[in-house]
Design a protein around this ligand. Sequence first.
Ligand SMILES: Cc1cc2nc3c(=O)[nH]c(=O)nc-3n(C[C@H](O)[C@H](O)[C@H](O)COP(=O)(O)OP(=O)(O)OC[C@H]3O[C@@H](n4cnc5c(N)ncnc54)[C@H](O)[C@@H]3O)c2cc1C
Length: 386
Amino acid sequence: MTTADVVIIGGGIVGASVAWHLTEAGCHNVLIVERETHQGKGSTGKSMGGVRAQFATKPNIQMSLYSIPFYAAFEERLGHPSGYRAQGYLFVATLPKHLEYLELNQKLQKSLGLTQARMMSCEEIAGTVPQLRCDDVLGGSFCSTDGFIDPYSVMVGFTARACEQGATIWRSTEVTAIHRDGSTIAGVETTRGRVNTPTVVNAGGPWATEVAALAGVPLPVEPMRRMLVPTEPFDGVSHEVPMVVDMSTGFHFRPESLGFLLAWNDPEEKMGFNPNFDPAFIEKVLTLAAERVPCFENLAVNPKRAWAGLYEMSPDHHAIIGPVPEVKGLFCANGFSGHGAMHAPATGKMVADLIVRGKTSVVDEVEVLSPARFAKGELLHETAVL
Ligand SMILES: Cc1cc2nc3c(=O)[nH]c(=O)nc-3n(C[C@H](O)[C@H](O)[C@H](O)COP(=O)(O)OP(=O)(O)OC[C@H]3O[C@@H](n4cnc5c(N)ncnc54)[C@H](O)[C@@H]3O)c2cc1C
């Protein structure tokens, strides 16, 4: 019979980060169980890789304040590239209410120690991305340490170093049951047999609710499709531009390879496991692109290169992190609502801290992210969801 100090269900970027942070904290007998033949087939391999600290709430800002410097030092620390590129995020406002919202957020960000975020005038925005149509732009906000990472590379780096430090990963292995001894975790059943353990981490991404159900507990995480459209090579806009977010429509884009990666969160998208890319999305996103960046009307797209993946939505669009009150030894690392790649380092540190020491200082009040908040009706409110 196999035993492990901690079993992590799910080998995406979050499970891998939890594993590495546990081994760093001195907990080496860690087992990651991943049902796919290789890692990254969940949300991690589909991500846009954006990282930002420009959020509207304290826990999200504080998780970014741990994660972004971590990504900047990733290669030095783990000897593996994170792909971090500090090209910034530029939020572009065309409505007074959006500008006020950015100003308000920036006050909170600065009070928490984010020094690089600043407001930008319309003229400065036009200077930063000269191809942007700015006739209706009132201003915006920019943070130079925001940018992009390569989530797949980060996941590989975390996993490799965790395994060097004692962790094990079982691929092509599904967790089919979570065993409890009364209200305490006793082990997991896998397609490779039983593993005894006192501690289980749910890192199941969009499948987190199904994983929680194996332990007999509810978890309000729902999958929602997101689609991305990469363009063919295009040099009509500089490849040094930030992630640009047009707040009037939600359209956003960033440089990717020799072209650009186009994104838009269709408000008509329904919750559910729909992994299929809808070709009609291409015209929608190209229309929004050309409205904000007129020369984007010349973009070429190969529909075969576009893809869809799943966000793991929580009811208040914040991560669900911490112990499950009803089941001793069960921990959540779930519900990132589209921010799991950028917040993976903070999540790994927080979950490892909570398992090993029972507390964490990554965020001031980790309880606000607890799975218990839903039953208590104490939801958080984040309006800047991309
Ligand atoms: C199109 C798109 C764009 C995105 N853009 C961004 C972005 O710009 N920035 C950002 O921060 N985030 C972004 N995200 C979100 C981000 O990708 C996710 O939040 C993150 O990858 C979640 O990682 P994870 O490890 O929790 O989940 P996953 O990568 O989905 O990993 C979960 C794993 O659990 C495994 N699993 C599930 N159940 C079982 C079981 N019973 N037994 C064994 N294994 C199991 C699955 O096979 C899977 O590999 C984006 C997501 C999508 C889809």
